[in-house]
Design a protein around this ligand. Structure first.
Ligand code: TYD
Length: 142
């Protein structure tokens, strides 16, 4: 997968009474969870996101319906379909993301390592490339 991203399979307790998935910070999620938000009611054809974060780490989970996540670095790009409510997509530092093809009623939940701060966003793609090219070149030397 694209650098700084991976799947996380959370444990699902399933039975006749339904399914339960528990996510604990600094264990199941690879960071202490400081924020949870969720995205609902996205109209057909809409793409959200178009940004990267310098410090923020996130895990995305689709709790209902389906959604696609485009993850990009200056050197790689992949489209990840999310539909299983216990399969999370971890997105780490400096990865560009776009969320699209939400099915009607889709619920995208995001676990985040930091409180909301607009200063951590890179929303301008040219600015993103300027910071991300040296970042990922340096990463690949490690
Ligand atoms: P944004 O992160 O741009 O959404 P997306 O990447 O899904 O398109 O956020 C949309 C708006 O919501 C923006 O005005 C900031 C606000 N917001 C908060 O107030 N708190 C949050 O935790 C998040 C993620 C966004």
């Amino acid at each position: 997968m694209v650098k700084n991203c991976h799947y996380i399979d959370f444990k699902r307790v399933r039975g006749d009474v339904g399914a339960l998935t528990a996510i604990e910070g600094s264990g199941d999620a690879p960071f202490e969870i400081r924020r949870v938000y969720y995205i609902t009611g996205v109209p057909e054809g809409v793409t959200r996101g178009f940004h990267s974060h310098r410090e923020l780490e996130q895990v995305l989970l689709c709790l209902n319906g389906r959604v696609k996540i485009r993850i990009k670095t200056p050197f790689e790009e992949e489209i990840i379909p999310l539909q299983e409510d216990s399969k999370g997509l971890y997105i780490g530092h400096m990865v560009w993301r776009e969320m699209f093809d939400f099915t009607p009623g889709a619920v995208l939940m995001v676990l985040a390592s930091e409180h909301y701060t607009e200063e951590d966003y890179i929303r301008d793609y040219a600015k993103y490339m300027e910071e991300a090219i040296p970042y990922f070149k340096k990463e690949s030397r490690v």
